[in-house]
Design a protein around this ligand. Structure first.
Ligand SMILES: O=C(O)CCC(=O)C(=O)O
Length: 336
């Protein structure tokens, strides 16, 4: 029901349905506030150095930030601005777009999976399918008036960046540069425009609880003013603070499988705060539904046997959405 959207009103108290049990709370005081997240400068002319840096970040963090990534700063600023404008639309306008059906290719929704979860999350989100654009854009919101044009332009640029990163990630695994792109087939691209309103009790709830991403690669455009993303590293949550001009990249479960576990799809979460709302725009590159995924043959040896069985992405995705977000790593269910 559209009344469940939290971006339509100010909230003085946190409703009970958002309060996590004591043992599941974010314990914000224990978060490492200033850890180093690897930064990769894509403009460095030494290709081998870029590949090595990406490979190291994938091994050690599963997360990195890219700068000089080719997506124009005016475009990222316009994307965030139109996202804020969208969430400021009147409640009646937003209600028309509401759905809690995860199968829908365009929907405004809330929390994560309201049909299944027992505790809600302090997030509203607009979920869009983005490729091919000409197929999906006609169903996207047409208010704010610049929405379709700005978001389409951003999607195109981010897709190109994703494919560039696939090249470096493939080479870092000693695979042919086109391996990942070709293996994953004609890829879908989805977007989650995440809006986290000011929250009256950030210690008691999440914007998004700990999860790994079910897709192949995620490129995250973060609010430049407000932090909220945290990544699990060596058993501790570390904050990923906004860095001017950077996009945050993380590997999804499919690249963990394809790399035969060398690279990790790591746990991350979004926390909320009581001072300011926060926006993030996640772009997900997803394998073609019927493509078979499993460890790359070159990475399976006598010493490093296949860790995961082959499966189709459709099978994986259905499994992912049938569970709670913060259950065990979904890839564990696909071990050999
Ligand atoms: O808002 C964030 O920083 C994280 C978003 C995220 O993890 C997601 O959309 O899957």
């Amino acid at each position: 029901m559209a009344e469940q959207l939290i971006s339509t009103a100010e909230h003085d108290t946190l409703p009970d349905s958002y309060v996590r049990p004591e043992t599941q709370r974010p314990r914000l005081r224990e978060v490492v506030p200033d850890a180093e997240i690897p930064v990769v400068d894509l403009a460095v002319p030494d290709r081998a150095a870029v590949v090595a840096r990406v490979a190291e970040a994938c091994r050690t963090h599963g997360f990195f930030q890219v700068v000089n990534h080719g997506v124009a700063e005016e475009l990222t600023a316009a994307m965030l601005a139109v996202a804020y404008e969208f969430f400021r639309l009147p409640a009646e306008e937003k209600a028309k777009l509401y759905s809690d059906d995860p199968g829908k290719k365009m929907r405004l929704s809330t929390s994560f999976n309201v049909r299944k979860e027992t505790v809600h999350n302090w997030r509203d989100y607009l979920r869009l399918h983005c490729h091919p654009l000409e197929q999906y854009v006609p169903d996207w919101p047409d208010n704010p008036p610049s929405f379709r044009e700005t978001v389409s332009a951003y999607c195109r640029e981010v897709r190109a960046l994703g494919f560039r990163l696939y090249g470096a990630i493939s080479e870092g695994l000693d695979l042919d540069g086109v391996y990942i792109k070709e293996t994953l087939g004609e890829q879908e691209q989805h977007m989650a425009v995440n809006f986290y309103p000011r929250c009256p009790a950030p210690e008691l709830t999440y914007g998004l609880p700990a999860h790994t991403d079910p897709n192949a690669l995620t490129i995250l455009l973060m609010d430049q003013q407000v932090a909220g993303l945290q990544v699990l590293k060596d058993g501790r949550w570390i904050a990923v603070n906004p860095r001017p001009g950077a996009l945050v990249v993380n590997l999804g479960d499919q690249l963990q499988a394809l790399s035969n576990g060398r690279y990790k799809s790591v746990w991350h979460r979004a926390v909320v705060n009581s001072d300011r709302p926060r926006m993030s725009v996640a772009s997900f590159l997803c394998p073609c539904n019927d493509v078979r995924i499993g460890p790359a043959a070159k990475l399976v040896t006598g010493d490093t046997p296949a860790v995961y069985r082959d499966y189709t992405y459709a099978e994986y995705y259905a499994k992912f959405w049938s569970r709670n977000l913060d259950q065990e790593h979904c890839l564990e269910l696909f071990r050999t």
